[in-house]
Each structure stands twice: as structure tokens, then as C-alpha cells.
Design a protein around this ligand. Structure first.
Ligand SMILES: [Zn+2]
Ligand SMILES: [Zn+2]
Length: 254
């Protein structure tokens, strides 16, 4: 058997990576972010909490809400039948229930970045599977925060997620293309029409959409009514020089 130099170097890298993983696990053992007991070697979750995370069963590809019983998996439903032109696919694997909503809130308001890393790894698992036979979007666009909200929070949660997704999927993240130019009150408690009005003129394009880009993924932590991501997608569609596919990737769907 002939072993080429390249095979040998791959094997050496694999052995080194395995040892580094072992040392890392020994020095910093995995701890479940939900129950704080020992986590699994590959993720900071125990098997029990991992299987108990609230996942959306049979989600609508357009909006990630569960399809009503009797609707064929993978088919669009209701408003998504006409709305698919604005957003072609939405991935938000978890439902907005405990422990997911608590984990995301701790990430946003108490800087528990490990929660985001873990949930993002689970989102990535789903994305790898979903896009195994489809082309990935070419550019990731995190939902921007207004400058005053950014100062208050200290970081943009959507940008943090986009960076992790981009690194894993080898996709560029554009942080300057869209800006939030108007500070808007929180969307919570508003009806659909008020939400749309609230976001009127909230985003602005801050440069041209790269000419070669035909598909983008808008990244957010949680999609509540999709009003924010739809507003952003419409802005991108309006300014794109060619037809654009807008995907949405988020941790959870409320
Ligand atoms: Zn646990
Ligand atoms: Zn839908």
C-alpha cells in the first residue's frame, strides 16, 4: 500500500485535532447550559436536555411555523403561498418556549454567549441537512440594531450568530449593507399593521448590493411575526439589480 505525503499529513492533522479535543474536554469539560450537569463531548448540552428542546414539528418552509395537521410536509400554507416571493425559505428550528426563550434572553440581556453558540450549532446541523441538495445563500446579512440600542446592549446578537454561521459554512457576512436608521419602539404587544407602521423607514441600504449576489440569508435571533425580516427583505428586493432569493435563518420562531 502506498501512502502519499498528503494522506500522511491529513492523518497527522486528524490525530492532532483528536488529541486537542481530548485535552480541551479534559481541561474544560462540557457542561449542559440548561441543567448544568455534564454535557455531551461535542456540545454543552446533556442528552436529556438536548432531546427535550422544543422543536417545530413539520414547519412551513416559508415562515417556519408548524403546518396544520393534514398538510403535506414541505408545502407552504396560508399567507406563505403568496408571501413566498419576499422570503423563499425560513429556518428557525426551535419554538419560543422554555428553555429556548430563557436561553436566548440570557444571551441577549446577560451576555451568556455560550447559549448562542450551542443553539447556533444545532441550527447549523439543520442547515447542513437542509442545504445538502440545495445551494446555500451567497451572503449573510444580520438584522442591524440601531446605534442607540447597540450602545445600550454592547453587541448585536444577530451579528454574533451570523459570524458563527458564516465561519462554519464559509459564507461572507455583510455588516454594512443595511443600517437601522430609525430607532423604533419594541414590536412586542403590537398588532400586524402597527408592527409594519412601526418599522416604516427603519432600515436603509448603505451601499449597493454586490452585482453577482443572487441569494442572501437574513439572520436574526428570533422571528416573532416575520415583520422585521420581511421589511428588510423587501428593501433588498427593491434595490437588487437582479431577482434575489431571500432566506431567513433564526434560532427560534415565536
Ligand atoms: Zn441538561
Ligand atoms: Zn408559512
Amino acid at each position: 500500500m502506498v501512502i502519499s505525503a498528503r494522506t500522511m499529513s491529513t492523518n497527522v492533522h486528524e490525530i492532532i485535532a483528536r488529541w486537542l479535543n481530548f485535552i480541551q474536554f479534559w481541561l474544560f469539560p462540557s457542561v449542559c447550559i440548561v441543567c448544568k450537569t455534564a454535557g455531551q463531548p461535542d456540545i454543552d448540552l446533556c442528552a436529556c436536555c438536548r432531546s427535550a428542546l422544543p422543536q417545530t414539528e413539520n414547519p412551513c418552509p416559508g415562515c417556519a411555523l408548524p403546518l396544520p395537521p393534514g398538510i403535506t410536509p414541505g408545502s407552504s400554507y396560508g399567507a406563505c403561498l403568496s408571501g413566498r416571493k419576499v422570503i423563499c425559505r425560513t429556518f428557525a428550528p426551535f419554538t419560543w418556549e422554555e428553555p429556548v426563550c430563557g436561553l436566548v434572553s440570557q444571551f441577549k440581556y446577560r451576555h451568556k454567549f455560550q447559549n448562542a453558540r450551542v443553539l447556533c450549532e444545532l441550527l447549523l446541523e439543520q442547515l447542513h441537512e437542509a442545504y445538502s441538495a440545495h445551494e446555500l445563500p451567497e451572503l449573510l446579512i444580520p438584522v442591524p440594531l440601531h446605534a442607540s440600542r447597540l450602545r445600550e446592549r454592547g453587541f448585536n446578537q444577530a451579528l454574533m450568530l451570523a459570524r458563527q454561521l458564516g465561519k462554519d459554512l464559509d459564507l461572507p457576512v455583510n455588516t454594512n449593507l443595511v443600517r437601522r436608521v430609525r430607532h423604533t419602539p419594541p414590536q412586542q404587544g403590537l398588532g400586524a399593521r402597527e408592527r409594519r407602521r412601526n418599522l416604516n423607514g427603519a432600515f436603509a441600504l448603505w451601499g449597493p448590493i454586490p452585482e453577482t449576489v443572487k441569494s442572501v440569508a437574513i439572520i436574526d435571533d428570533v422571528c416573532t411575526t416575520m415583520t422585521t425580516v420581511r421589511t428588510l427583505a423587501k428593501l433588498l428586493h427593491r434595490h437588487a439589480r437582479q431577482p434575489l432569493d431571500a432566506h431567513v435563518w433564526a434560532l427560534a420562531r415565536a
